[in-house]
Design a protein around this ligand. Structure first.
Ligand SMILES: Cc1ncc(COP(=O)(O)O)c(C=O)c1O
Length: 409
C-alpha cells in the first residue's frame, strides 16, 4: 500500500537536501575560510596586489575554469545578472525576454537593472520556447535572459541564432548550472555574459555570493565599477593596461562586492568541484536510466544527452495527478514538489510573481503563458543532492515505481 494511503514508507530517514545540512564541504574548505578569518583582511580591495587577494585569485581561477577573459566575484547570483545587464548598457525601461519557468530572481534581476521582463513560454521539457519568443518579439526587446533552469542546458544554438537574427545580446542565468556543459562547452560562456550564484545549494556554496564571466572587457570594466570598485580600484582588474571606460564616477557604485572570507571558501571548493560534478552525474544518470521506461511519467529531457548538472529530477504526470504524485513521494520519504501546485506558492512559477502583474488574478496571469502553466501544473520536482548515496537513489527509484504503478500508462 502507498504510504499516502497508510502503508509503510520506502524510507524513514530525511531526504538529504542543503537546508538540512547536506552540503559538499570538506575540512580543507573550512580551514581555508578560517585562515581568511585569521588574516583579518576581509575587504577585497586592501593594500595587497590583486593577485594576492582571495577574490583576485578566485577570479583568476574562474577564468581558467571557464576559459573566459574575465570573471568578477560579487554578492549574489541576482546581482551578477543585474550587473551584466547594466554593464552591457541595456537602456533602462527596455524589455528583456525571459522564460516563465525560472527562479523569481531572474525577473527580479531584470527589474533591479531598471528593465522589464517579457515573459516567454517554455516547451514540454521546460526550456525557453524560441518559436514563442519569435511570436512575442517587438523592437522594444533589447536582450534575452536565458536560464539553465534546474541545471538543464537551454538550447543555446537556437537561442543565439535567433538573437543574432534580431540583433540583441543574450545573457545567461547559469546560476543553477555551474560545471554543466553543452556540446563540450561550459554553460555561462555562450552569451555576452554568464551569471552564477554561490548561494547555499549551488555547485560552489558559501551561503551567499555569485560571479559573472565574460569575454567583453568593456562590459567587465563597467561591472567592476558598478559592483563597487571606487577611487580607481577598477585598474587593479586590468594589470596590463587601462580599463576601457571613462572615469569610474560615470556610473553608480552599488556595493555588490564579494569579501575575502567567502572567496577563500569558494577557492577551496572549486579545487574539488570535478568530484562533486561526477557525483551529480552518477546519481542523475542512475535515477533517470532506471526510471526511463516507467509508464505514466515523462522525464524532462535534456537538449542533448548529459546536458544537465543533475541537481534535480523532474518529470511530468498527466491527468491532474502531479500534485498527488508529489505528495505521495513525500509520504514515501522523498522530498518532492509539484511545481505548479495551487497549494504551494512556488517562486519558480510565473503566476506567483505578483510584483509583475498588479491586480490580475491567477487565472488571468496563467492565460498569458498557457503552455507553461500546463507543463508546470504537471511537473514533479525532486532535488538530487550530490550527497545522495546509491541507496538513496534506490529509494527514489522504488518510490517513483511504486506510485506510478497506481497511475498507469
Ligand atoms: C535560476 C536562478 N537564478 C538566480 C538565482 C539567484 O541567485 P542568488 O540567490 O545568489 O541571488 C537563483 C537562486 O537559486 C536561481 O535558481
Amino acid at each position: 500500500m502507498l504510504a499516502i494511503d497508510g502503508g509503510d514508507p520506502i524510507r524513514r530517514s530525511p531526504w538529504p537536501t542543503y537546508d538540512k545540512g547536506a552540503v559538499h564541504v570538506h575540512p580543507d574548505d573550512e580551514e581555508a575560510a578560517i585562515r581568511a578569518i585569521r588574516s583579518h583582511l576581509y575587504f577585497r580591495y586592501d593594500y595587497r596586489p590583486e593577485q594576492e587577494t582571495e577574490c583576485g585569485r578566485f577570479e583568476a581561477e574562474l577564468c581558467d575554469y571557464f576559459g573566459t577573459r574575465h570573471a568578477l566575484a560579487v554578492s549574489s547570483g541576482t546581482t551578477a545578472i543585474a550587473l551584466s545587464i547594466m554593464a552591457a548598457g541595456i537602456p533602462p525601461g527596455s524589455l528583456i525576454a525571459c522564460q516563465g519557468f525560472t527562479f523569481v530572481a531572474s525577473p527580479s534581476a531584470i527589474t533591479l537593472a531598471g528593465c522589464r521582463p517579457l515573459l516567454v513560454e517554455v516547451d514540454q521539457n521546460l526550456q525557453l520556447d524560441v518559436e514563442d519568443l519569435r511570436r512575442r518579439w517587438s523592437p522594444e526587446v533589447k536582450a534575452i535572459l536565458v536560464v539553465h533552469m534546474r541545471g538543464f542546458a537551454a538550447d543555446m544554438e537556437a537561442i543565439t541564432r535567433f538573437a543574432t537574427e534580431v540583433g540583441v545580446p543574450v545573457f545567461e542565468d547559469a546560476v543553477p548550472a555551474m560545471g554543466a556543459e553543452l556540446h563540450g562547452r561550459k554553460l555561462g560562456t555562450f552569451g555576452l555574459a554568464g551569471a552564477f550564484s554561490t548561494q547555499s545549494d549551488k555547485s560552489l556554496n558559501c551561503g551567499e555570493g555569485g560571479f559573472l564571466v565574460t569575454d567583453d572587457s568593456t562590459l567587465f570594466a563597467r561591472a567592476v565599477v558598478l559592483s563597487g570598485a571606487y577611487e580607481g580600484r577598477v585598474r587593479r582588474h586590468f594589470p596590463d593596461g587601462l580599463p576601457p571606460i571613462g572615469t569610474d564616477l560615470d556610473l553608480p557604485l552599488l556595493s555588490f562586492r564579494m569579501d575575502e572570507i567567502r572567496a577563500a571558501l569558494l577557492r577551496s571548493e572549486l579545487a574539488r568541484l570535478p568530484s562533486r560534478l561526477e557525483l551529480f552525474r552518477r546519481n542523475y544518470a542512475y535515477v533517470s536510466g532506471e526510471l526511463a521506461d516507467v509508464p505514466g511519467i515523462r522525464i524532462r529531457r535534456p537538449v542533448e544527452p548529459g546536458a544537465c548538472l543533475g541537481e534535480a529530477f523532474i518529470f511530468r504526470v498527466g491527468g491532474g495527478l502531479a500534485e498527488w504524485f508529489a505528495r505521495a513521494l513525500c509520504c514515501e520519504g522523498i522530498d518532492a514538489r509539484n511545481l505548479g501546485s495551487g497549494a504551494d506558492t512556488n517562486v519558480r512559477v510565473f503566476w506567483n510573481w505578483r510584483f509583475l502583474f498588479g491586480d490580475r488574478t491567477v487565472p488571468e496571469i496563467k492565460a498569458l503563458l498557457p503552455a507553461t502553466s500546463r507543463y508546470l501544473e504537471d511537473a514533479v520536482d525532486v532535488p538530487l543532492s550530490s550527497s545522495l548515496t546509491l541507496e538513496d537513489c534506490d529509494h527514489l527509484i522504488a518510490a517513483v515505481r511504486k506510485i506510478a504503478s497506481r497511475v498507469g500508462p
